[in-house]
Each structure stands twice: as structure tokens, then as C-alpha cells.
Design a protein around this ligand. Sequence first.
Ligand SMILES: [Mg+2]
Length: 257
Amino acid sequence: MAPKDIRSLMAGRITKVATTPSTTTKASLSTSTETKVLKDIASGSSFASRWKIIGTHLIHNLPSKSYIIKNFKEEIKIAAFDLDGTLIDTKSGRKFAISSHDWKWWTRSTKDSSSQILTKLNKLIEEKYLIVIFTNQGGVVANPSNKSYNNFIERVNLIISTIKSSIKEDNTEILVFASPKKPAKETNTKSHELMRKPNTGMWKELLSYLGNEAKIDVTNSFYVGDAAGRAKDFSDSDLKFAQNIGITNFKTPEEFF
Ligand SMILES: [Mg+2]
């Protein structure tokens, strides 16, 4: 299998793969995480094969509803996170990721070599939080043939696969909502605007996915994001998003991790 096909698989564009990868495939994989992503895809029910695009204004990755019903008997405590600048930073130091591999776990400063992210996420999973990522992706066009889309989902596949590899509970699922860029030809600006933080479209999508049978424990839920309106921040869209969805427990990554 050519490396190009591996990229396609990891981006979720091809859903079927031989269960025993060829020697060439193995040799071209650079990390054990990539091997795991391929294995996940081969199993047919993995995170990487669940991506969905809604119109041009939403990309999401959600487990089957039965996962929620089976694992969350009481009101659900949501541990919500922004992605870029909160859970991860670019490895290149650039503002936007230059490839799917251009990411590392967020650290307090560039001098920090170790990150608290995986330890914290593991603790939250043990404490029965449902982990949900809400991310504005203004550079990503929601189209499977677009490079920006494939880079994005391939990057998130690697991130989630790394989180899942670190978790003792193997069946843990993480939910992702992303609000992409409005394509130039698209005339409906409203749906994109509503989906983009600080607006609440992505949260409403979560509520509609959970439906009537699953309720959120808002008091014990929280949201962590780096756009908090501080002097160094590019915006206050994360802080405002938390306020708009009624979550009073907002933390910056510096406060939380
Ligand atoms: Mg951010």
C-alpha cells in the first residue's frame, strides 16, 4: 500500500482496509499511533471512520447513541475543551498547523517538555465526564476532496488515537464538533455564523444528539479554552461561548492544566 493510501485511510476517506497490512505498509508507518489508527479503521467502528459533514457549516464525530445510554446512567457531566491553543499547540510554532503531524500537547511554556493533558483527561474519564471538543476551524473547508479537510481530520484522528491509547478503559469515546470555513460560493452565511464560537450552534448540535433521554449536569460541567479576552489572547470567543451556553465554570488552559 502506498503512503498516499495510508494518508487517505487515516483521513477516513477509505473505510475498508485489509486486516493484515503488508510489509510495505508497516515499514512506511512512522509511529505506533499511526498503526493504531489503521487498526481502528480496519475494525470498522472506530473514531476515524465516523466523521460526518453537515451542509458546509459543521463537521462532527460522534459515537452511536447507545454508547451514551450504556455509559452515562445519570445526568451527564461535560468536560468541554477548545482544541488549538488549549489541548494542543503546533509543533512548528506557527499559528496554523502546516500538516496533520504538526501538533504537540499544550504546555504552559515552550520550555516545558512534559504536558499534563493526558493525565488530566484520564482523570476526567475515571470521574465519568463525557469529553467534548468544540473547535472553530476557520481554515478548513468541509469537503472530503479538500486538502484542508483531510489535514484536519487526520490530525484529530492522531490526537484522539493518542488519547485513547493512554486510557485504561478501552471503550472511551470522545466527541468532536468543528465549525469550518464558509466556502466562497456559499451564500448562506447565517448557518456558518451560528455554528462559530462564541455562538452556540455546536452546543445545540450536542443537545440535539443527546436528545431527551440524556440530560446534562450543567452545574458540574465546565469548558476550557484559550480565547478568554486576556491581553495576550486573539479573542474572547471561548469565554463568551461558555457564557452563551450557560456554563459558568470556565477555565483557561493555564488555570486548568
Ligand atoms: Mg483556541
